[in-house]
Design a protein around this ligand. Structure first.
Ligand code: AMP
Length: 283
């Protein structure tokens, strides 16, 4: 696997990859890689001739009081994992290669980025849309892979690609979980042992709420019960547990169409997110 750190080297490496007429699948990440990222790489290999990954901790998607400076960085072990999974090229730019005019937002996420995590983290999805648009301009992939773990981010990226009419196919990959159900996340590294044990309440509460909704329960009391379970497990605050339209993220009172159950909550100093698909029983 080749590792490149500036635009000139990236251009040469991409030209060499494209020389065989094959296609390129792209997996953007912020590093501190785990089996969730590797599932994206595995799907990328199935979908294209060559896989390009990136590692870039994007400053514009972090709020002023968020974890940018303590975000885990371990590029050499990340590079080994990507190499072992058959990635051809790792794009590991510095901030100036992504933001030559300074770290500014120049792509807006739009309505799908205003709610839920967008409301809890103002500007977050503008930062995501900006960096993904920039990375797509640089790498020009045929297909790009994103995890359903960050479900709202996946919708923001799909919208950005539609708005700009970019010739890239966006593929969502199901959330990879630990044995006890907790979604894999680089931020799980922040959890103490006690917090890690308590954190399994998050997938459990979502799973129970999904089962209740699919059994015909009303949304409001079901979501309130999930919030209560999270609070009792030690999450504080619970930012939201919501039932939303799977495409638009519009709020739903009842499960009358394909939907997504989404949650965000803090345990100790760590904010965790998770979500599950929910669909009405066939008539
Ligand atoms: P990150 O490095 O956290 O920015 O994540 C990079 C990509 O990996 C994003 O598309 C995430 O949605 C995806 N990802 C992170 N965790 C998981 C997971 N547990 N399962 C599937 N995809 C994931």
């Amino acid at each position: 696997m080749q590792i490149v750190r500036d635009m000139e080297a990236l251009g040469a490496a991409l030209a060499a990859l494209r020389a065989d007429g094959g296609t390129i699948a792209f997996v953007p990440t912020m590093g501190a890689l785990h089996a969730g990222h590797m599932a994206l790489v595995a799907e990328a290999r199935r979908r294209a001739t060559h896989v390009v990954a990136s590692i870039f901790v994007n400053p514009t998607q972090f709020g002023p009081n968020e974890d940018l400076s303590r975000y885990p960085r371990r590029e050499s072990s990340d590079a080994q994992m990507l190499d072992a999974e058959g990635v051809a090229l790792l794009w590991a730019p510095d901030v100036a290669s992504i933001y030559p005019n300074g770290a500014e937002i120049n792509v807006r996420a739009g309505a799908v980025g205003d709610v839920l995590d967008g409301a809890a983290r103002p500007g977050h999805f503008d930062g995501v849309a900006t960096v993904v648009a920039r990375l797509f301009d640089q790498v020009r992939p045929d297909v790009a892979l994103f995890g359903e773990k960050d479900y709202q981010q996946l919708l923001v990226v799909r919208q950005m690609v539609r708005d700009r009419a970019l010739p890239v196919e966006i593929v969502g990959v199901p959330t990879q979980r630990d044995a006890d159900g907790l979604a894999l996340s680089s931020r799980n590294l922040y959890l103490t042992e006690g917090e890690r044990a308590a954190a399994r309440a998050l997938p459990r509460a979502l799973g129970e709420a999904a089962a209740a909704l699919q059994g015909g329960a009303e949304a409001a009391p079901t979501l309130a019960a999930a919030v209560d379970k999270l609070a009792r497990a030690g999450f504080d605050p619970v930012d939201y547990v919501e039932l939303r339209d799977a495409e638009t993220l519009a709020p739903l009172d009842r499960l009358d169409r394909p939907a997504r159950l989404l949650a965000a909550a803090r345990i100790g100093t760590t904010r965790l997110i998770d979500n599950l698909p929910v669909a009405p029983a066939p008539a």
